[in-house]
Design a protein around this ligand. Structure first.
Ligand code: GDP
Ligand code: MG
Length: 358
């Protein structure tokens, strides 16, 4: 995502907004004498469910500043034994389908049931403007004020991979801070759904009524990932339409092979605005957790995801080390020129460059 439009946040060349934010935020956990971030103090406060500490911990993890990297790692390591006790839910759907409205209704519902909910977002399209959730924070007024709820806008980053890694680490931090339900919101752009799917236990797809056309244009992969399809805006004149859409989606779901989770993906209708059908969705999620805990799929899936993220991290690290080497950067420019004039092939150039790496 290097081709972002310049925004006010990007005035300082080379200093990302998250760095500025992190330096000041982290300040308060710096011991005055040592002038150093006190990780033990921050960890203790976080484990004590202090949300200010959680915010600062996430800021540390998101920091692009290499100085913060080691600290972030020791923070994550300290949090890991305390993580894992939550339900991680991914929510996706086209802009306007009602994700924010749904999260507000769902969040209130869970909070009333005594749950603590953290809302994170993956939105690679707005990594500089800080994502949809921040804009929505004003709309999610009731939720923002709720002491059981923690809302964090999308991390900034250069790539979906980078943003995703930070979100994954943020999930660990939220869990260590005692949140029972972690919601990861994504907008339906690029690969973001696949990315969110790779870090959650349960994947909820929100759809609009009016299925006929809907089914045509839908990305098959996304239906396949969904554990539950909820047709939102099932209110007023749209109720019947939503019910019809539900039938269509149900039929569509039956054409997919049975999942190894033994969970049969379901469809439902809801109205986030009118607060209807929200409890059914929560019950379906609890059913899912029950079934997949019994048959061990729940923890197997998390292990698979951990393996995936281990490999992803190595890949990303190798790539970044490679492309950040000045020797490579220079040689790459030359090879690209040669390629333009047909004096080399992509494969020969790649082999040449890869040999320069050590
Ligand atoms: N009638 C109706 N409108 C809804 C419902 N949920 C959301 N909306 C409206 O749809 C618009 C987009 O909702 P929003 O939550 O911002 O969608 P998002 O872009 O997916 O986050 C807003 O005007 C909402 O008030 C619903 O259940 N019924
Ligand atoms: Mg929204």
């Amino acid at each position: 995502m290097s081709k972002h439009k310049k925004s006010a946040l990007q005035e300082n060349e080379g200093v990302s907004s998250s760095e500025i934010a992190s330096d000041s935020a982290i300040q308060s956990f710096k011991s005055k004498r040592k002038k150093e971030l006190d990780i033990n103090q921050l960890t203790a406060a976080l484990l004590n469910k202090n949300t200010t500490a959680l915010s600062q911990a996430i800021t540390l993890v998101e920091s692009q500043n290499l100085k913060h990297f080691e600290k972030a790692n020791s923070l994550i390591n300290a949090c890991l034994p305390h993580a894992n006790k939550s339900i991680r839910i991914g929510i996706t759907g086209v802009p306007g389908v009602g994700k924010s409205t749904f999260i507000e209704a769902f969040g209130k519902h869970l909070s009333a049931a005594g749950k603590r909910i953290a809302v994170l977002a993956i939105d690679p399209s707005s990594s500089i403007t800080k994502g949809s959730i921040l804009g929505d924070k004003t709309r999610m007024e009731a939720l923002v004020k709720d002491p059981n709820v923690f809302i964090r806008p999308s991390a900034s980053g250069d790539s979906l991979g980078g943003v995703a890694r930070k979100t994954r680490e943020s999930i660990i931090l939220c869990e260590a801070a005692g949140f029972d339900v972690i919601i990861i919101e994504t907008v339906g752009v690029g690969q973001s759904e696949t990315t969110v799917h790779s870090m959650v236990d349960f994947f909820l797809l929100l759809k609009l009524p009016g299925a006929g056309d809907e089914l045509q244009g839908i990305k098959r992969g996304i239906i396949e990932m969904a554990d539950l399809i909820a047709i939102n805006k099932a209110d007023g004149d749209n109720f019947q339409k939503a019910k019809r859409a539900q039938i269509d989606f149900n039929n569509a779901l039956h054409h997919y092979p049975k999942k190894s989770s033994e969970w049969q993906p379901k469809t439902t209708v809801c109205s986030a605005l009118k607060n209807e059908g929200i409890d059914e969705i929560w019950k379906a999620i609890l059913d899912y957790v029950h079934i997949t805990s019994e048959n061990n799929y729940f923890s197997e899936k998390r292990h698979e995801q951990n393996k995936f993220w281990l490999l992803q991290t190595i890949e990303a690290q190798l790539k970044s080390e490679f492309f950040n080497k000045p020797v490579i950067q220079e040689a790459l420019k030359i090879q690209l020129k040669l390629l333009e004039t047909n004096k080399t092939t992509p494969f020969a150039a790649a082999e040449y460059l890869l040999k320069l790496r050590d």
